[in-house]
Design a binder for this molecule. Structure first.
Ligand code: MV4
Length: 450
């Protein structure tokens, strides 16, 4: 067994994050990169590097044959997929394992189940997680949809089974709108996923997005690492995340965390996962599970002191969980700002050459980024170029430190969302923690009207 060389099937800050965890464990790394990423920081730092194709992700980071070949020629004995790209591709995970390479991720069957949102909800319900009221599985008949909606009450939300991340969703305000709007959602889902299977849920008007981090060993043991509040989003892109959530008490965390950890233990879940809930009027409603490491994992690392990538690698290597639930303490408060290369007002992407770079530093300040002065941000990928993660004993202290860190951070040559974060962290609702998934888009609409 024993992992000696990990191929990192990703790019950007997460590739660097995985490289760092591997090297701290004495494990070598292989970077695979497109021609557009030849000069990336993680490619320079990796022990081996293989170019796997042209800039378009479909021909490089999503090219199964090229990635597997790179693992074979470099003698990599494990693959870490990061987030996005191959991370939730069950078939890729199966192919990796069929080649005798260790997949640093969940069991393929669990990736597949959770990727189908109808299956995911059924599984979650059977495991005892609280669900949003709605149809019992997929519905294809409009009369049946109307029956379900009449029972749970309008507005309802039509969701695509193959969806997630907000695509293929439609709010149905009343019965007369059911057919036309569901038909629209179905054709969107068909075009986006090649699957127009739909299900219905009660539409929650003003919830928070609260997610629990979990880890399982694949043998019936599992723990939870508390929650993250990810309610600040724009167009389904998270902007700022914090842990713990300003609205969850220690008792609620223990209660809900206990429920999710037991669910993961019962299903024999392996590796890192995130259970997403909507939270409204003090109640949790399961919506989806992500079977991967998430962008915002560092806020959980900050309040638990655990290295989640190290834990993923240990579990993939067949080792037990490094801590018990009783060992875990949630201490202090952490906030992550996602820094994108984009206009802070119009959100238009702003790729190009970084002429100056000075990351923030000091006590309890972490910057995860592959940036350096002289680096050219390619236009082909996600615009996130850095994550600023700040920790404090209290939420107030964390926010004061975050203001200071944002003042220090310099990225020149491209536009970034640093000014947006500096603005957000001064808003009374953010300071008080009084925000829902609607807050940011409402705020931006008002701001842009002025
Ligand atoms: C919902 C909802 C309201 N009610 N489900 C959006 C993406 C997908 N993960 C689920 N989503 C939602 N599901 C019910 N029954 C509102 C959203 C939603 C949302 C959820 C989390 C974070 C931001 C969001 C933005 C818009 C809509």
């Amino acid at each position: 067994m024993a992992i000696n060389r990990i191929l990192i099937a990703n790019r950007g800050e997460i590739a660097l994050r995985i490289h760092r965890a591997a090297h701290e464990m004495g494990i070598e790394t292989v970077a695979v990169h497109s021609t557009a990423d030849a000069e990336a920081m993680h490619v320079r730092l990796a022990d081996h590097a293989v170019c796997i194709g042209p800039p378009a992700a479909a021909d490089s980071y999503l090219n199964t044959a090229a990635i597997i070949s790179a693992a074979e020629v470099t003698g990599a004995d494990a693959i870490h997929p990061g987030y996005g790209f191959m991370s939730e591709n069950a078939q890729f995970a199966e192919i990796v394992e069929a080649h005798g390479i260790t997949w640093i991720g969940p069991k393929p069957e669990h990736i597949r189940t959770m990727g189908d949102k109808v299956q995911a909800k059924k599984t979650a319900g059977a495991l005892g997680l609280p669900l949003v009221p709605g149809s019992d599985g997929a519905v294809s008949d409009f009369d049946e949809m109307k029956r379900v909606a009449a029972e749970i009450g309008y507005p309802v939300l039509a969701k695509a089974a193959a969806g997630g991340g907000g695509r293929g969703m439609k709010v149905i305000p009343s019965e007369d709108q059911m057919e036309p709007l569901v038909k629209q959602a179905m054709s969107e889902a068909k075009a986006a996923f090649g699957d127009d299977t739909m299900y219905l849920e009660k539409y929650l008007g003003n919830p928070r997005h609260i997610e629990f981090q979990v880890f399982g060993d694949g043998n019936g043991n599992a723990i939870h690492l508390g929650e993250r509040d990810c309610s600040l989003q724009r167009r389904h892109q998270k902007v700022l995340e914090e842990a713990p959530s300003p609205v969850i008490t220690p008792e609620e965390r223990d209660r809900m965390g206990g429920i999710v950890a037991k669910a993961m233990a019962d299903m024999g879940y392996r590796g890192a996962g995130t259970i997403e809930f909507l939270w409204e009027d003090g109640k949790f409603y399961f919506i989806e599970m992500n079977t991967r490491l998430q962008v915002e994992h560092p806020v959980t690392e900050a309040i638990t002191g655990m290295d989640l990538v190290r834990e993923q690698i240990r579990i993939a290597d067949g080792k037990p969980l490094s801590v018990t639930q009783e060992d875990l303490r949630f201490t202090g408060h952490a906030i992550e700002c996602r820094i994108n290369a984009e206009d802070p007002f119009t959100f238009a992407p702003s790729p190009g050459k970084v002429t100056a770079y000075h990351p923030a530093g000091g006590m309890h300040v972490r910057v995860d980024s592959g940036l350096y002065a002289g680096y050219s941000i390619p236009p082909y990928y996600d615009s996130m170029i850095a994550k600023l993660i700040v920790y404090g004993r209290t939420r107030e202290g964390c926010i004061m430190r975050l203001k200071r860190a944002l003042e220090e951070m310099v990225v020149e040559g491209v536009k970034t969302s640093i000014p947006l974060h500096a603005e957000l962290i001064r808003q009374p609702d953010i300071l008080s923690g009084d925000y829902s998934i609607k807050w940011l888009e409402d705020y931006l609409a008002k701001r842009n009207a002025e």
